[in-house]
Structure formats: C-alpha cells, structure tokens
Design a protein around this ligand. Sequence first.
Ligand code: SF4
Ligand code: SF4
Length: 168
Amino acid sequence: MKRILINRELCQGCRNCQLACMAEHTEAKSVLMLDLEDPANQARNFVEADLDGRPVPLLCRHCDDPACATACMSGALRKNPDTGLVEHDRVKCAGCWMCVMSCPYGLIRPDQLAGRTAVKCDFCVTRPMPRCVEACPTGAITLIELESKGRLTKAGLPGQSLAREVEM
Ligand code: SF4
Ligand code: SF4
C-alpha cells in the first residue's frame, strides 16, 4: 500500500505542493498556466503555520477508520479495501458537509467554485506518484510503501526518519 510520509522538519513553506495539486486538477495540468484567482483551481493539500510560525504540510491521511466516510450518509466516501485509499464520488455527493465537519484534520472541503460537492485528495491515482510528492524540492513529503497497517517497508528517500505524522 502506498502512503505519503510527511517530515515537517524539512518543509520550507514554499507551497510547491499546493500549486502542484491545483495544477494537477486542471485540464492543462501546468503550474505555469494556473490562474490563482480562479476559484475552480482548488488545492487538496495545505501548508499552514504552527504556533511557532513554522510551516506544516497537511495532506489527507487516508485514515484506517475515516471519520469523513463514517459521517457520509450518501455513500459518496468509501475506504477502498484494495488500495487503502479513501475515495470520494462527486456524483453521489449530496453536499451536506458532514464529512467537512467530521474530518479532524480539515482535509475535505467544499468545492469553492460551485459549493455543491466536497473536494479531497484523490492520491493522483492516474499518476505513478502524487504530484505534490513530485513537486516538493526538500523531501518533506515522500511516497512510501507499507506492507500492512502501520508497517513501513520502503521509504521514499534514504535516511528519512519516520515522522509522527505517519498514522495508518
Ligand atoms: S478527509 Fe480527513 S477523515 Fe477523511 S480520510 Fe482524509 S484525513 Fe481522514
Ligand atoms: S513543497 Fe515541500 S517544502 Fe514546499 S511547502 Fe510543500 S512540503 Fe513544504
């Protein structure tokens, strides 16, 4: 199972990961052509400052017991048993925002263009690697492989420490 590992000590707060996420969800998929004022361009990941002003990358954890899916009454959110990813079906989404209120990390949000469906990380499933991972210049977010719940088999970068953020 693939997961994203966060090492916040390496984050420089450049927001390349956010821009990459926004670009990946546009037709052109280009950061250079990204219109930051267009509400249709919406990131699924965020970089916020902690109480000391240090940047913290925030990405969906594809939780083992996802509160967003438990709260969803329309069946739009489900944990895929094969990939372990928490998937969102926009067609089934009723836009009730129960998931938005339930996610403890604030990582599923209303669609800021139409405000009708929720928007969350889709792990860039059509790509070999999530675009945010590819875009991070410091290795603060990397792709890892887990053999089973919580067990790391292969880190994305040599010497990378297991951050507390790994929660599977
Ligand atoms: S949106 Fe929130 S609750 Fe749902 S899987 Fe992601 S981190 Fe977990
Ligand atoms: S791209 Fe990497 S270094 Fe830049 S804000 Fe995102 S996680 Fe931090």
